[in-house]
Every structure is written in structure tokens, then in C-alpha cells.
Design a protein around this ligand. Structure first.
Ligand SMILES: C[S@@+](CC[C@H](N)C(=O)[O-])C[C@H]1O[C@@H](n2cnc3c(N)ncnc32)[C@H](O)[C@@H]1O
Length: 663
């Protein structure tokens, strides 16, 4: 397929700027107008290195004025804390909690509804409350601690003891002197009771009794209440980190020993089976080098581990991001978030893509500036960036983004206190901007979308949905090439990328992922256009070579392998099973009776697996699909409608063992 530069540019632009909205777009347009075509094509477009490009945008007179002019104005823009708002939400939460206790018998539903509303208000109170003593004019500087305490009471009523205990602990951490109060130990006792830990509940009550001036009446009432507590049934987590089949490959971190890396001139480096891979083998289980949550999920998912939020814990300085636990908050705030915190709304408002967030994160999460530089340079050196197809416009846009991100780092004191407030980069700042430009190039071709599965209350599969919550860069995951029908299924456990074989692979057979265009949904021409534009290659996979039809146009046809030893020829379903067929390749007469019998067995396995899915027996379904698919590839080849559906269903089941959430 011909290279289409206009389409390539549209695709490429999207990887820097996710939306037309946002000031970064205007910034690019202004710079583009100022520099003119001649300079862009004849000078900038001919520069040979990222260092030269970055230096050029800061120093060439054709562009430096608008560049410095805009970057000069970079200032913190973030969601501030608001103690008054927090106190109001807390009062609302307390009132709703009180109202829920007033609901009479038989009004359990209504009470639960009120408690859920109370929890929402308390969550807002937590998110907007400033750190201890940051605003002493309201709540004596204790808004945050009070918000946690209020939320703990609601959680106890909701039967969520563990979360309540964590909030009580946070309330004391943020300044409430609760340890001398009988009420605190009574709350702890109730929390333990809902967790099914009566011994710990009793110890808490005993402590309450021993406190000076303890209210024995209140404690007795509490004991009574606890006696009638029925700990709610806890749904066991279905999330599992699988083990790599045959252990980790010492030469390919995160990958199994059943695969290896090879390289060819036309396909670059890619992963193939080493000895042979069976259906269901786990070939990759890898943490990202860096991963970022998409901004539209900042209110619903943990900024650090991407888990769905229930009782958020806030950053102590901004209200823009939320964490699922104090631990995630601590890890993020002592690392990348301290640099990103005050600039989050500016970054979002710029309209930059998720890939730009990842580029920035590689620096903000590093232990030191030197580590950040080393990681970024290594990634640029090792991952594909397709410098050969990049146009001058594209380089300019990416260089401007690199400059903007470097400016954010300057303003967030990533480089320490600077001698001047001006933008003009120092030598090391230029190195960072250069490395950022390199990252923006490799991320375009190597980042992975991160998914979670949304399941309904009623059923794990019926009505389930795949939700794209973030993106990440995976060191080994980046070496998997594409095919229009992948041979592995990808799912995520948190941010871990797991790839599982969905068919058997012979030694040296490509282990391929899918970059988006699937043959079952998109025709050959569209796929080729997308892959050319987005990933700069022409696909030559079997689905493309043989131009397999879309799933809806696929009939029930199946092609069987010739059964004579070492012959690799595909034969149509025989017209008369009683008769032998002649293979045109090996010229032998063979019987396909056994192959057809196996196909009948395979179809039965697929049906059993589908029934297991209907009964929500995920692991049973996985085993049945694995057995059926493995058997299919012994006797026949794709495309075969039922096997394609079985492979897709296997992916659904595997995703169900990863990160899922209920709405
Ligand atoms: C994520 S990287 C995969 C690793 C890459 N082959 C390398 O050497 O670094 C994506 C790039 O690999 C190449 N690629 C992926 N699948 C391919 C395929 N089926 N045929 C040819 N090139 C492919 C394209 O250049 C694409 O932009």
C-alpha cells in the first residue's frame, strides 16, 4: 500500500494531542505561522538530531519568540482544597447518616440509599479537605481528620469494617486525638464486628471500659449492638496474577521461557515461540516502565494503581487526583505526583495526549534526574521510532510538546531552585527536553492501552464491557508485532500486562498481538490504511494474504490439514466422508474421517465452555476452550467461525481473571 502522508500526519498528530480543544493546538498553530514553510522544510526539517531540534525551538529567531512567549506563562493550575466546602459536605454526610438511622424497620432499602448518599458526600468532604492546619479558620484546621471520622461512621453502618478502620486511623493521623475517647474504641469494636472479628471487637470494648470516665451505658449498648451484627458476605476477589509458563526468560524480562526475540529486515524485532507454545500458555506478565490514568477517570479510579475507587484518599495538596489507599497516596506523592500536582489542570487543559503524560511520568517517577535521563535515552535507543517517515511538521509539534513538558519540570522545581524564572534551558534541561522528544517518538509506536472489565451485578459475562482507563509503556511488551488476528489474548491485572496464547504455536512461529484493526471487523483495505498511517508498516499476516472475510460474512466452512506426514496443505470439507480425497500437494489419497470426528468433538467442547460461561464458571470455561482450540489447530486452520468466537470468548474469560469492577 502507498504511503499517504496526509493520513499519516492526522494519525500522528493524535498521538501528541488527544483533542482539538486545548491551548497546545493554538500554540502549535501560532509557532507554525511565525516560522513559515521555508524555514520549516528547508531548515528545521533537515535537522538530523533531537538535540538540534530542541535547541532550535529555543534559540532560532524564526520560532523562539512565540515559543518563549508562551512557555514564559506556564503557571500552576490545579484543583485547590476548600475547607469550607469540605465542612459543608461533611455536615450533609452526618445529616444523611442520622436520617438513615431514623428509618424505621422494613425501610432497609431507603436506609441503604441514604447511607450511599452520605458516603458520596463524605467522599467529597475528604477530597476537598486541606491538610492538617492548612486552614485553621475552619474546623480548627482539622477538616480532613473530621471528614475521615464522619466517613468511618458511615462505613461501619454499611458493614465495611476494614475501610472504616482505615479511616479511623487516618482521622488520628491527621490530628484528631481519638485514642482517649471511648467512642473511638466503640467504633473500632463495631468495625471489627462487621469484619467477623469478635475477639478484636471485645478487646476494643475492654479498652473503652478502662478509659477514665468511661460511659458504661454507651459501651453496654454497643456490646448489644455488636452481638446482633452479621458480617456481610465478602465477595472473594477474582483477580489473579498468573504464573509465566515454564518461568521467566532470563534474556527477556517479564516474558516466559517459551518465547524468544528474533529480528528480520522487514519486520524488525519480534517475539516468536522458542520450543513451541500451547493454547493457554502465559507468555508475558509484565509491569509497565510507566503508566498513566486517562484524566476522565481521575474521579473514579486510583491515580496510582488504577483500581476503581470506593472510599478515596486524597492528595494533601490538590483535589484533582484520588487514591484507593493511604499507601497508594504515599507512594505517588513521594514520587511523581509531587512534581505533577500543581500542574495537573494545565496539563489536561493543554489537550495533550495520554502518551505525553507517560513521557513526563518517566521523568517525574525516576529516583533522580540522572535516572530519568538514563531510562528515557535507553528507551529511545531500544524501541522503534520510525524516524524515516517523520515529517518536519510532526517533528516541530513534538519538539514544542517536549519544550512544554520540560517547562513544567522547570516550574515544578524538578531541576531544583533555578537561578532565573526565565524559560531559557540550561544544558541539562536541554538534555531532558531532547530525551522527552525521543520518548514522544517511541511512545507513538510502542505504548499499550490499559483495560479493565466492567461487569454487571447480575452476570460476569452478559453485559460486560471493556473500559479503556489508561496507557502504559512495557519494555518487553513493546517487542510484540501485530497480526490482524492475534495469537495471544491480552488482559490486565492492575497495570500488569498479561499475554496468553490463544492457539498453539510451532517453534519459531510469530507470537502476535493486535494493534487495533481486527480482520473480523475491518476489511483488508481499511486495515492496511490504518496500520500504514498509525504504525508505518504493511501487514502481511495470513488474514491479509488470504483476505479473510469479516466475521459476519464468514460461513461455517472449515479447511482441514492434509493428514499425510509432513504435508502442509489445506483441504476443503469432503463432499462424501466415506470416500478418500486426493491431496494436490503430496498426491496421496487420504481420509478426513478422523478430522471431521475431531471437529465434532471440538464443537461440543466449545458448547460446554459456553455453558460454563453462562454458569459463570470462568476457570472451567477457560480449560474447555483451551482443550477445544488446541485440538482444532491439530486438524484444521483458520478462519473458522466457531473457533474465532471461541478464541474471543477465551479472551473474555481471561479478562475476567484480571481487573474487573462493578458499576
Ligand atoms: C511495538 S513495535 C514492535 C516491535 C518492532 N518490530 C521493533 O523492532 O521494535 C511496532 C512496530 O513494529 C513493526 N511491526 C509490527 N508488526 C509488524 C508486522 N506484522 N509486519 C511488519 N512490521 C511490523 C512496525 O514497524 C511497527 O510500527
Amino acid at each position: 500500500m502507498e504511503f499517504d502522508p496526509t493520513y499519516y500526519n492526522i494519525c500522528s498528530t493524535r498521538t501528541v494531542q488527544s483533542e482539538k480543544r486545548g491551548f497546545f493546538n493554538e500554540f502549535c498553530v501560532d509557532v507554525r505561522e511565525a516560522c513559515g514553510d521555508k524555514w520549516l522544510q528547508n531548515y528545521f526539517g533537515k535537522l538530523k538530531s533531537n538535540a538540534a531540534r530542541v535547541l532550535s525551538i529555543f534559540s532560532d529567531r524564526e520560532v523562539c519568540d512565540p515559543v518563549l512567549g508562551v512557555l514564559e506563562h506556564v503557571q500552576p493550575v490545579f484543583k485547590q482544597k476548600d475547607a469550607l466546602f469540605s465542612a459543608q459536605r461533611r455536615a450533609q454526610a452526618d445529616k444523611l447518616l442520622l436520617m438513615s438511622s431514623g428509618e424505621g424497620a422494613g425501610a432497609e432499602e431507603g436506609s441503604r440509599e441514604l447511607l450511599q448518599q452520605a458516603l458520596l458526600a463524605a467522599n467529597l468532604a475528604v477530597m476537598r479537605a486541606p491538610d492538617r492546619d492548612a486552614d485553621p479558620s475552619i474546623d480548627d484546621g482539622l477538616s480532613l481528620a473530621l471528614a475521615y471520622r464522619s466517613r468511618a461512621s458511615i462505613l461501619i453502618r454499611l458493614g465495611e469494617g476494614e475501610a472504616a478502620l482505615s479511616d479511623l486511623k487516618l482521622a488520628t493521623n491527621f490530628g484528631l486525638d481519638l485514642k482517649g475517647s471511648g467512642d473511638y474504641y466503640c467504633k473500632m469494636a463495631k468495625a471489627y464486628a462487621t469484619m467477623g472479628e469478635p475477639a478484636k471487637a471485645e478487646i476494643s470494648l475492654k479498652i473503652a471500659e478502662k478509659l477514665p470516665g468511661s460511659d458504661s451505658g454507651h459501651i453496654a449498648l454497643c456490646r448489644q449492638e455488636i452481638a446482633s451484627v452479621k458480617p456481610p458476605k465478602k465477595e472473594p476477589s477474582t483477580e489473579q496474577v498468573p504464573k509465566l509458563t515454564h518461568g521467566e526468560n532470563p534474556e527477556l524480562s517479564g516474558a516466559s521461557k517459551v518465547v524468544k526475540l528474533v529480528e528480520t529486515k522487514d519486520k524488525g524485532r519480534f517475539v516468536v515461540a522458542s520450543e513451541g507454545v500451547k493454547t493457554g500458555d502465559v507468555v508475558l506478565c509484565e509491569e509497565p516502565v510507566a503508566a498513566c490514568l486517562i484524566p476522565s477517570f481521575f474521579g473514579t479510579n486510583c491515580h496510582h494503581c488504577f483500581k476503581r475507587l470506593h472510599t478515596p484518599v486524597s492528595c494533601l495538596h490538590c483535589s484533582g487526583v484520588a487514591f484507593c489507599s493511604a499507601q497508594c497516596m504515599g507512594e505517588a506523592c513521594s514520587s511523581y505526583h509531587r512534581f505533577e500536582c500543581e500542574f495537573m489542570d494545565l496539563l489536561i487543559g493543554s489537550g495533550m495526549s495520554i502518551l505525553c503524560f507517560i513521557a513526563l511520568r518517566i521523568f517525574t517517577q525516576a529516583n533522580s534526574l540522572e535516572d530519568g535521563l538514563a531510562t528515557a535515552n535507553l528507551l529511545f535507543e531500544h524501541l522503534c521510532s520510525h524516524e524515516e517517515v517523520r515529517q518536519a511538521d510532526d517533528y516541530l509539534q513534538r519538539s514544542l510538546m517536549a519544550g512544554f513538558l520540560m517547562r513544567i519540570l522547570q516550574k515544578s522545581l524538578y531541576f531544583g531552585r533555578r537561578k532565573t524564572e526565565g524559560v531559557n534551558p540550561t544544558a541539562v534541561e536541554l538534555q531532558v527536553a531532547t530525551a522527552l522528544l525521543g520518548l514522544l517518538q517511541v511512545l507513538q509506536y510502542n505504548a499499550h492501552q490499559i483495560y479493565q472489565t466492567q461487569v454487571t451485578e447480575e452476570h460476569r459475562f452478559d453485559g460486560s464491557n471493556t473500559v479503556y482507563v489508561g496507557a502504559g509503556l512495557y519494555g518487553t511488551g513493546s517487542y510484540f508485532n501485530h497480526e490482524c488476528w492475534p495469537s495471544v489474548a491480552g488482559h490486565f491485572v492492575g497495570k500488569k500486562l498479561v499475554l496468553t496464547a490463544t492457539k498453539p504455536h510451532r517453534p519459531n512461529e510469530v507470537v502476535a498481538v493486535n494493534y487495533g484493526p481486527l480482520f473480523i471487523k475491518m476489511n483488508l483495505k481499511e486495515r492496511q490504511r490504518t496500520l500504514r498511517g498509525r504504525y508505518s508498516f504493511s501487514c502481511n499476516c495470513m488474514a491479509c494474504q488470504e483476505n479473510w472475510p469479516l466475521l459476519q460474512k464468514l460461513d461455517k466452512q472449515v479447511r482441514f490439514w492434509c493428514t499425510s506426514a509432513n504435508c502442509v496443505y489445506l483441504l476443503k470439507f469432503p463432499k462424501d466422508l466415506a470416500k478418500d480425497v486426493r491431496c494436490p500437494r503430496c498426491r496421496k489419497n487420504i481420509s478426513l474421517k478422523e478430522s471431521v470426528a475431531k471437529l465434532i468433538k471440538i464443537e461440543e467442547l466449545y458448547r460446554e465452555a459456553a455453558r460454563a460461561m453462562q454458569d459463570q464458571k470462568t476457570h472451567e470455561a477457560i480449560e474447555l476452550f483451551k482443550e477445544g482450540i488446541e485440538m482444532f489447530f491439530q486438524v484444521a486452520a483458520l478462519p473458522h467461525k466457531d473457533t474465532l468466537v471461541a478464541q474471543q470468548s477465551l479472551l473474555k474469560c481471561l479478562s475476567d481473571t484480571g481487573t474487573t469492577f462493578k458499576k
